[in-house]
Design a protein around this ligand. Structure first.
Ligand SMILES: NC(=O)c1ccc[n+]([C@@H]2O[C@H](COP(=O)([O-])OP(=O)(O)OC[C@H]3O[C@@H](n4cnc5c(N)ncnc54)[C@H](OP(=O)(O)O)[C@@H]3O)[C@@H](O)[C@H]2O)c1
Length: 287
């Protein structure tokens, strides 16, 4: 069985390949990379590396020759992902790939506030019409997303949020990567939608408390409306795109869009609890 991974040179891609190597052999893996120089570590481990650039659609189908299972890791060029993902899906059809797993986002089909959701919804629609078996890995927020916020809160002693008392059920990339590897190596390729998230959600107050314990600094949480949050970030000089992303994420948390609708799906797949917030943050504070 040959398993190929797009975005293999990215952070999630690297972890997926690490997890796959624990479950299969290098000769069964293909690392797909737009810049093959960045994939030299894979080649050194005996993994075939093929050029794969979403922005060069005509080159994609030949690169998928002989692939039995494909992991499409969503691209990171927000705003360009629909044509990019379309190109990959079309190539998978042309190459006759029988199974594709796609890293979508938690609640993709019902999310209203999450700015990143529409491109995932569009991709899921294309996949629903595809002739191959599809697994949707609807990943929740990466815990790593809050590392910078944690450091900033410890530095300034304050945390500004419009997430109210919403909980986010984050898990680190390595947990999502392990889940992807498990799905990709399943005896029977599953036609399924997995809502994947951490076991234990945290509110912004609980987050601040954890950061406070790890850093030894008091952190005052300032709860504000989305409007006031936006204004404060604008006054701090942040670019509009960053403001939109930060505020829409907080609103999504407040609306429950980063909470887990199927509690425990990720830990069930992993056969272990997901990694708690504290474990991801502790090394950042030498704690
Ligand atoms: N759930 C969350 O909290 C969350 C957070 C951030 C991102 N995401 C999503 O999850 C994905 C994986 O996360 P990550 O942290 O691994 O992101 P990442 O480190 O930025 O990796 C993205 C990968 O996509 C590749 N890529 C970008 N444009 C491409 C193109 N035109 N053709 C082929 N490959 C291309 C990159 O290649 P290069 O190595 O050449 O740059 C890289 O390998 C992201 O792309 C994004 O869609 C989710």
């Amino acid at each position: 069985m040959t398993i190929a991974i797009t975005g293999a040179t990215g952070q999630l891609g690297h972890l997926v390949i690490e997890e796959l190597l624990e479950r299969t052999t290098p000769d069964q893996l293909i690392a797909l990379a737009r810049n093959t120089e960045k994939a030299s570590d894979f080649a050194a481990q005996g993994i075939e590396v093929r050029t794969f650039d979403y922005d060069q659609p005509e080159t994609l189908a030949p690169a998928l020759k002989g692939v039995d299972r494909l992991l499409l890791i969503s691209g990171n060029a927000i705003g360009q992902r629909i044509p990019q993902h379309t190109a990959v899906i079309e190539a998978a059809k042309t190459a006759g790939v029988p199974f594709l797993a796609y890293t979508s986002v938690l609640h993709a089909d019902t999310a209203k506030s999450l700015a990143v959701a529409p491109e995932h919804v569009a991709t899921e629609k294309l996949l629903a019409e595809a002739p191959f078996t599809v697994a949707l890995l609807r990943n929740g927020w990466y815990t790593e997303n809050v590392i910078d916020t944690a450091k900033q809160a410890a530095e300034t002693g304050s945390l500004l949020t419009s997430a109210a008392d919403g909980r986010q059920f984050a898990a680190p990339r390595k947990d999502y990567a392990a889940a992807a590897a498990i799905v990709l190596t399943a005896a029977e390729a599953p036609a399924a939608t997995y809502e994947l998230a951490g076991d234990t959600g945290f509110t912004q107050d609980e987050f601040a408390q954890t950061v406070s314990e790890l850093s030894g600094k008091d952190i005052a949480v300032q709860h504000v409306s989305a409007e006031d949050h936006r204004a404060a970030l604008a006054q701090a000089g942040l670019p509009d795109g960053v403001i939109d992303f930060l505020v829409s994420t907080d609103v999504a948390i407040s609306d429950g869009e980063l909470a887990d609708p199927q509690p425990g799906t990720l830990s069930l797949l992993l056969g272990r609890p997901t990694t708690p917030l504290r474990d991801t943050l502790a090394p950042e504070f030498n704690a």
